[in-house]
Design a protein around this ligand. Structure first.
Ligand SMILES: Nc1ncnc2c1ncn2[C@@H]1O[C@H](COP(=O)(O)OP(=O)(O)OP(=O)(O)O)[C@@H](O)[C@H]1O
Length: 268
């Protein structure tokens, strides 16, 4: 078996605050295989973003260990093993679309011709070839988010870390972006850890949905989503899709998950 994209072992995170310690995460054990798409879902404050930040080396665990392709998160960051996309596209307004996509490559000393070729490929992948010379303010929110995704793929990461990347989009754009993300992941082979509040979004995108509970933030259930690789628009109206949505909803509400093979930890 290949090295997992992410391995979290007995991970805990405590934040000190004026009103006392906040146990953001406790006893988190999670393995994400190379090429696997895993969503984290759970009520506000259950530690989804904190877990993603630990994987991304934006913070460090209080207890336990996180590895990314067998390395520490810091080593993985330095090796450019992963790309990041958050709710705000975070594009630089004074740079054109292509210059935004090229930015990580520029920072790592990739030559001009290679940068331009890679950006052209990526903009084609996200369907924005015609907008390479535009500035971010000339694009819709969904288009800006696609630029951000193109940028996160610039260095061919084997892992994408995404924190509600479609949270600010209208429902139609959001569904289109989900379909595109499925296609992009299939083409790039990247593993994804995806934070969302939307059950249908988690189900549509993921091979497994990790359900978390707050105070302290723990994994309460892991729901496998067995919908195959070819996830087109038709899937959203399929009985298997509704069954998976129900399974995740029940896991979120702390009821038994009927899906065969689903694991469910003690909710305590
Ligand atoms: N830097 C920090 N300092 C103190 N407490 C923090 C910090 N970051 C997060 N927390 C606390 O840790 C807990 C988990 O926060 P986190 O942002 O990871 O939750 P979340 O599940 O992503 O929430 P949401 O769905 O609302 O984005 C919360 O109680 C939050 O207040």
């Amino acid at each position: 078996m290949s090295t997992p994209a992410v391995q979290a072992s007995a991970v805990g995170k405590v934040f000190a605050s004026r009103s006392g310690d906040v146990i953001a995460l406790e006893g988190i054990d999670l393995t994400v295989a190379a090429g696997e798409f895993v969503s984290l879902i759970g009520p506000s404050g259950c530690g989804k973003s904190t877990l993603l930040r630990l994987i991304a080396d934006l913070d460090t665990p209080t207890t336990g260990e996180v590895t990314v392709f067998g390395r520490t998160p810091q080593q993985a960051r330095e090796a450019q093993d992963y790309g990041i996309a958050f709710q705000q596209a975070g594009l630089l307004p004074w740079r054109t679309v292509t210059a935004n996509v090229q930015l990580p490559l520029e920072l790592h000393g990739v030559g001009k011709a290679e940068r331009a070729a890679r950006a052209a490929d990526l903009l084609s992948l996200v369907g924005l070839d015609e907008f390479a010379g535009h500035f971010p303010h000339q694009l819709s929110g969904g288009m800006q988010q696609r630029v951000a995704i193109a940028r996160s793929l610039a260095e061919r990461p084997s892992l994408l870390l995404m924190d509600e990347p479609f949270g600010a989009l209208d429902e139609m754009t959001r569904e289109r972006m989900q379909t595109e993300l499925v296609r992009i992941c299939a083409e790039s082979g990247a593993a994804v850890v995806f934070v969302t509040h939307s059950i249908p979004e988690a189900v549509f995108l993921s091979q497994r949905v990790v359900v978390m509970t707050p105070r302290p933030g723990r994994i309460s259930a892991v729901v496998p989503v067995d919908l195959g690789q070819a996830r087109g628009e038709g899937l959203r109206e399929d009985a298997s899709f509704f069954a998976a949505v129900t399974a995740v909803r029940e896991a979120l509400h702390g009821m038994p998950v009927p899906t065969p093979g689903g694991t469910r930890a003690d909710l305590r």
